[in-house]
Design a protein around this ligand. Structure first.
Ligand code: SME
Length: 158
């Protein structure tokens, strides 16, 4: 496995995902350790997209607990239905938040974060964690991000 990523410099977000996702697949293929794979996925996403914060929360004993991430320190535990992450977990669907100030109950781990996307992932029928991405800019995430990030989390094996 090559450990260096090819970063596509392009204004086309879909093209960036199309370049990155097969590389991530190759990166995690054959590695069974969940922490190692989540850490590399967070690093790869950060390298390609330079987002403010990207990382994982995993469901443990009925709450979301901070997992591997890239970016500033973050809240460690989030309850079901709390914040964007807890809402995505409860609703079992991707949530795109163009302006976090306008999201009731948003948890401000950093005051710099302005928009966010949270993508839950599943083992069988059960949500086992969420991928959370934050931007310092408003309105940075759309259906293209949802499409590719949902594809990405399906690669994670529990
Ligand atoms: N803003 C999230 C909390 C996690 S941090 O952004 C890393 C939320 O409202 O769930």
């Amino acid at each position: 496995m090559a450990e260096d990523l090819q970063i596509l410099q392009s204004a086309d977000k879909a093209a960036q995902y199309q370049s990155l996702l097969p590389q991530i697949e190759a990166l995690i293929q054959g590695e069974t350790d969940l922490t190692a794979n989540l850490a590399n996925i967070a690093a790869a996403l950060k390298e390609q997209f330079k987002w403010f914060w990207v990382g994982f929360y995993l469901v443990k004993n009925g709450e979301l607990v901070l997992g591997p991430f890239q970016g500033p320190v973050a809240c460690t535990r989030i309850g079901l239905g709390k914040g964007v992450c807890g809402a995505a977990w409860q609703q079992r669907k991707t949530l795109i938040v163009p302006d976090v100030e306008a999201f009731p109950g948003h948890i401000a781990c950093s005051s710099l974060s302005q928009s966010e996307i949270v993508v839950p992932f599943f083992k069988g029928d059960e949500v086992v964690g969420v991928l959370d991405v934050d931007s310092e800019l408003l309105d940075q995430f759309d259906e293209t991000d949802a499409l590719y990030l949902e594809e990405l989390v399906k690669m994670i094996v529990f």
